[in-house]
Ligand binder design. Structure first.
Ligand SMILES: Nc1ncnc2c1ncn2[C@@H]1O[C@H](COP(=O)(O)OP(=O)(O)O)[C@@H](O)[C@H]1O
Ligand SMILES: [Mg+2]
Length: 235
């Protein structure tokens, strides 16, 4: 089966993963692809008559226009906004990468592109022995790293990139998102990121809260499409 998914990870939580994942979903959709989205594990959700709903998963559903049932997009959803491994344990649930892969494979049968958003950073635990890295690995998809451009990101970006590759997941590049309007020397930090990561960003998002709801990244989507169609999943 040819690869069609991309895993959006980041240097931390609250760095712009959802912003980038939604922008990519909108862009693939604008390019007339059938787009699937997943937020496999989410903690931080509100009760609705239909069950628990997580804001990231809902944003991905809206951006992609998918009509899949909520549970296909977000199979593991927990109410408290705490680490998923703790939330899952409290709920008496074991997060299982095989079940996530099963949902992903079903989605892959019906879609051309799948955007998967991780929870937290690369090594956010999902149970007693696995992290989000194992989810990305189980899906056999490349990881795109979102760097939240704020103080501390130079180390976090290098650590995350190293950890992606150490886990046997292919690195699809990085996007910088300026989440902190008060960040000093932002341009110098971006230049340093490019240097230490050894490659320019696929995109740099300025601090622009009003632009995010409709943001598209067509060039990144096109570039990823070339990578994804050349990527083979072994099943
Ligand atoms: N380029 C940007 N400009 C302004 N605000 C941003 C930008 N990127 C992200 N944000 C804001 O930062 C917060 C975290 O972004 P989000 O995509 O939800 O992060 P994550 O999914 O990594 O937790 C959100 O409030 C989002 O609107
Ligand atoms: Mg998010």
């Amino acid at each position: 089966m040819s690869g069609r998914g991309i895993f959006i990870t980041g240097t931390d939580t609250e760095v712009g993963k959802t912003v980038v994942a939604c922008a990519l979903a909108r862009s693939f959709r604008a390019q007339r692809f059938a787009v699937g989205v997943m937020k496999p594990v989410a903690s931080g959700a509100h009760q609705t008559p239909q069950g628990l709903r997580n804001a990231d998963a809902l944003a991905l559903i809206e951006a992609s226009g998918t009509e899949r049932p909520y549970g296909d997009v977000n199979p593991y959803c927990f109410e408290p906004a705490i680490s998923p491994h703790i939330a899952a344990k409290e709920a008496g649930i074991e997060i299982d990468c095989n079940i996530i892969r099963h949902h992903y494979d079903a989605l892959a049968l019906e879609t051309d592109r799948i955007v998967v958003e991780g929870a937290g950073g690369w090594f956010a635990p999902i149970n007693d022995h696995q992290t989000m890295a194992d989810v990305a690995w189980a899906l056999s998809v490349p990881a795109l790293m979102v760097v939240g451009v704020r103080l501390g990101c130079l180390s976090h970006a290098q650590l995350t990139r190293l950890a992606i590759e150490a886990h046997g997941v292919s690195f699809a590049g990085w996007i910088g998102s300026c989440v902190d309007p008060g960040m000093e020397r932002a341009a110098e930090n971006l230049a340093t990121l490019e240097k230490v990561l050894g490659q320019p960003a696929l995109a740099l998002l300025p601090y622009a809260p009003q632009a995010l709801a409709t943001l598209v990244l067509p060039q990144v989507a096109e570039r990823l499409s070339r990578t994804l169609t050349g990527h083979t999943i072994s099943v």
